[in-house]
Design a binder for this molecule. Structure first.
Ligand code: NAD
Length: 498
């Protein structure tokens, strides 16, 4: 069993205080212990970031981008090793871990465009001999707090962009699967990032509270569950910080009577059961418009759920691995119990699954409920497991009302062949990311990612153009060079071109 240290100011720091066990969820064994930072350890990273900032903010954006070009190359060269680390601690399949890394690398590619991204706007002759321009300046020391379910991709949503914008970054990754995150940060240093510009500090609430309390930390990006997002948003903004806090989700897929059912079923299988349902964009509710499409869906999807290939995350060719912890498994199983007790029809029961050779792993099979109604907790709560609920409604309007009434608004999609229905849905649905015949509408890196309602606290979405706005401050400069011989009298009326 090895100890996972912090990475502060370019050095591995063991930490002296508390530690947490890191499990292999496929076997149930403790494989590492990760350091949990106290306030003093976090302060070391903050001090290093503060000291690195004056030089880094003056480093030309093109030079900052060169680090990202090298970083991208290293990430690609180390893809196999990173995917293995993700699978070992998270439990997701190797193919899924590789997919997450590739989506993360897209954010590094976007950051490589720093000179273009940061060039601002210029206007000549806004008045007599007056020119004006706007500048995008870095904020200073900024921090990110990330969840277990994407240990590579979600941190990569944040720090490549924050860093090319000229900021210094402190990452507090999830303590449940920190190895891949730390490994990737090591590659960034190898790519030539100056020490102190980025540190990785592991920890739990104590470490997060140290970031919130530190006046040197000017902005916080958070991704995780809604209660913690709300806490960080309110505590951070109270202290005058810029905060972007992405929270939980309950994502609905609407199946119209004219949907291409075979393709919709394939899409739902991947979106509901991929990564064991531990994705903030996972589809957990299928809203069927009419009994006919609902009956057809149940008939087609049931055998496919029984045939899911489930096993240790680090094996190849599987559909699903285990849940991340024993507690996560128990929580999801508890929701299945609650669904049965509330009267939903349990079509496929994933409880009691045993994987041969991995009997102590945290496995649950794919689960399907039909005739779920809005007051049931399996409908209202984010389960974050391999559970798909079917809700039957009579019309598209009813489906949209159901979705709009839900407290979360992260992602949604509609399966239809009818443009008019799709257009109405895109226009009026109160959800931040919408797919038309696309089950996981995660925006590409040059757009931005974010939900509505209680899925996001803050004004700006993550990465892409909104990420640039979040990690920079705008400065508007107006400059005048009067002609030498001219004498100018004082003007008391407000200056204008009128
Ligand atoms: P979590 O909220 O438990 O943890 C997220 C981070 O917060 C971790 O770094 C953790 O150490 C820290 N944390 C935990 N408890 C804390 C506390 N009391 N005070 C301060 N910090 C604390 O989330 P998780 O279980 O790691 O991740 C799953 C959740 O994240 C789901 O709800 C999922 O929907 C959400 N998520 C959302 C998005 C999105 O983009 N909206 C993306 C990925 C995950």
């Amino acid at each position: 069993m090895s100890h996972i240290p912090h990475l502060i100011n370019g050095e591995r720091v063991a930490g002296t205080g508390r530690t947490a066990d890191v499990f292999n969820p496929s076997t149930g064994e403790v494989i590492h212990q990760v350091a949990l930072a106290d306030r003093a350890t976090m302060q070391q990273a903050i001090d290093a970031a503060k000291a690195a900032f004056p030089d880094w903010r003056k480093t030309p954006p093109a030079k900052r981008a060169q680090v990202m070009f090298r970083f991208k190359q290293l990430l690609e060269e180390h893809e196999g090793a990173i995917a293995k680390l993700i699978s070992e601690e998270h439990g997701k399949t190797l193919e899924d871990a590789t997919g997450e890394l590739k989506r993360g690398i897209e954010n590094v590619e976007f950051a490589c465009g720093a000179p273009q991204i940061l060039k601002g706007e210029y206007s000549r002759n806004v008045g007599p001999n007056i020119d004006a321009w706007s500048d995008l300046q870095p904020i200073g020391v900024v921090a990110g707090i990330t969840p277990f379910n994407f240990p590579a991709m979600v941190p990569l949503w944040m720090y490549p962009l924050a860093i090319v914008c000229g900021n210094c970054f402190i990452l507090k990754p999830s303590e449940r699967d920190p190895s891949s995150t730390l490994y990737i940060a090591g590659l960034l240093l190898e790519a030539g990032l100056p020490k102190g510009v980025m540190s990785v500090v592991h920890g739990d609430k104590e470490a997060v509270d140290a970031l919130i309390a530190a006046p040197e930390v000017k902005a916080l990006s958070f991704v995780g569950s809604t209660p913690i997002a709300e806490y960080i948003y309110s505590e951070g903004t109270k202290r005058g910080k810029r905060v972007q806090a992405l929270g939980g989700a309950k994502n609905h897929a609407v199946l119209m009577p004219d949907a291409d059912l075979d393709n919709a079923v394939s899409a739902l299988m991947g979106a509901a059961y991929g990564s064991c349902g531990e994705r903030c964009m996972a589809i957990s509710v299928a809203v069927c418009v009419g009994d006919q499409i609902a009956d057809a869906l149940v008939q087609k999807i049931t055998p496919q759920i029984h045939e899911l290939k489930i096993g240790a995350g680090t094996s190849c060719g599987l559909d699903m691995g285990p849940l991340v912890t024993a507690a996560a498994k128990d929580k999801v199983a508890g929701y299945i119990d609650a669904g049965v007790a509330a009267g939903a029809e349990l079509v496929v029961d994933g409880r009691g699954l045993s994987v041969s050779g991995n009997e102590n792993g945290y496995f649950l099979g794919g689960t399907l409920f039909d005739r779920v109604t809005p007051e049931m907790t399996i409908y209202s709560d984010e389960i974050f497991g391999p559970v798909l609920c079917i809700v039957r409604v009579n019309s598209l309007e009813d489906a949209m009302q159901l979705i709009n009434d839900h407290e979360y608004g992260n992602g949604t999609c509609i399966f239809t062949r009818d443009g008019e229905s799709a257009r109405l849905f895109c226009d009026e649905i109160e959800v931040g990311m919408v797919g038309v015949n696309v089950p996981l509408p995660v925006p590409v890196s040059y757009h931005s990612f974010g939900g509505w309602k209680r899925s996001l606290f803050g004004d700006l979405h993550a990465y892409g153009p909104d990420g640039v706005r979040f990690y920079t401050r705008k400065k508007a400069i107006t400059q005048r060079w009067p002609q030498r011989a001219s004498h100018e009298a004082a003007q008391f009326a407000f200056p204008s071109n009128g």
